[in-house]
Design a protein around this ligand. Structure first.
Ligand SMILES: [Zn+2]
Ligand SMILES: [Zn+2]
Length: 222
C-alpha cells in the first residue's frame, strides 16, 4: 500500500541524521524546535498564517528517544504505520520489523512518547557463553541474527553493564558499557550502548531473575 507520507518521512529522518553529522563538523545546525519528520514547529509557536500549514501534523513536539531533534506524536504514528508495511514488503519477519519500528535507528532507544519505564534492575553482569568471552550488542531488540542487526561492540564476560530499558517483550535490555570492546579483533571504545538478551545477564537479585520472561530461543542461540 503506497502512503504519500512515507517517502518524505524516511527522507527527513535520514536528513536529520545527516545534519547531526554535519553539526559535529561545525556546519549547518538542525533546528531543535522543528519536527524532524514534517519540519513544522509546535502549533503554539506558529504565527496564524503558518498554522494551516502545520494543521495536518497537529500536535505538540516531543522527544520520544535520546536524539536532540523533536517530533510530533502524530507524525511518529504515521511514520510507524508506513515503516511497518515497508519492512514487511522488504521481507523482514514480524519480530525484526516490530523491533525496528519500536526503536530509533539513530540512538538505539525505544520510541516512548509517554515516559520511559525503568528496567527491572539498574545493572547486571554479562555472562558470555562460548569461546570468545564476548556477547555482541544488537542495534535492535530482535532475535534475528542478520549482520545488519549487530553493532561493532560487545560486552565481555563478567563486565558490569548499566541497564537503561527493556524492550516490549522484556527479553532484551538496552545496556551501556564502558569500556566497550570491539566484537571483531582487538581494541575498545570508551563507551557504547546496545541491546542484549537477558540470557546473557546475571542479576544480583533472584527476585529480578524470577520476573524475567522465558527466553524465546535457547541460550545457545546468539
Ligand atoms: Zn511533524
Ligand atoms: Zn533517537
Amino acid at each position: 500500500m503506497f502512503h504519500p507520507f512515507h517517502g518524505l518521512a524516511i527522507q527527513n529522518i535520514l536528513w536529520a541524521c545527516h545534519l547531526t553529522a554535519v553539526n559535529s563538523a561545525g556546519q549547518k545546525m538542525a533546528s531543535s524546535d522543528e519536527c524532524r519528520l514534517c519540519w513544522c514547529k509546535d502549533l503554539d509557536d506558529l504565527e496564524d498564517e503558518d498554522k494551516h500549514i502545520a494543521a495536518g501534523n497537529a500536535g505538540h513536539l516531543c522527544f520520544p528517544c535520546n536524539c536532540r531533534a523533536p517530533v510530533h506524536v502524530r507524525c511518529l504514528s504515521e511514520w510507524h504505520q508506513s515503516r511497518w508495511w515497508q519492512l514487511l514488503e522488504q521481507g523482514f519477519n514480524f519480530d525484526e520489523a516490530h523491533a525496528r519500528i519500536d526503536t530509533c535507528e539513530v540512538c538505539g532507544a525505544r520510541w516512548m512518547t509517554r515516559g520511559r519505564p525503568k528496567p527491572l534492575a539498574a545493572w547486571a553482569l554479562c555472562r558470555a557463553r562460548g569461546g570468545t568471552g564476548k556477547v555482541a550488542l544488537r542495534r535492535f531488540p530482535t532475535l534475528s541474527r542478520a549482520t545488519r542487526n549487530f553493532s561493532d561492540y560487545a560486552a565481555a564476560n563478567g563486565q558490569r553493564l548499566e541497564l537503561l530499558e527493556q524492550d516490549v517483550t522484556g527479553e532484551f535490555f538496552r545496556v551501556r558499557l564502558a569500556p566497550a570492546a570491539f566484537y571483531q579483533g582487538e581494541g575498545s571504545s570508551a563507551i557504547a550502548e546496545g541491546w542484549i538478551r537477558h540470557v546473557y545477564l546475571e542479576f544480583e537479585s533472584e527476585t529480578v531473575a524470577a520476573r524475567l520472561p522465558t527466553p524465546t530461543m535457547p541460550p545457545a542461540y546468539t
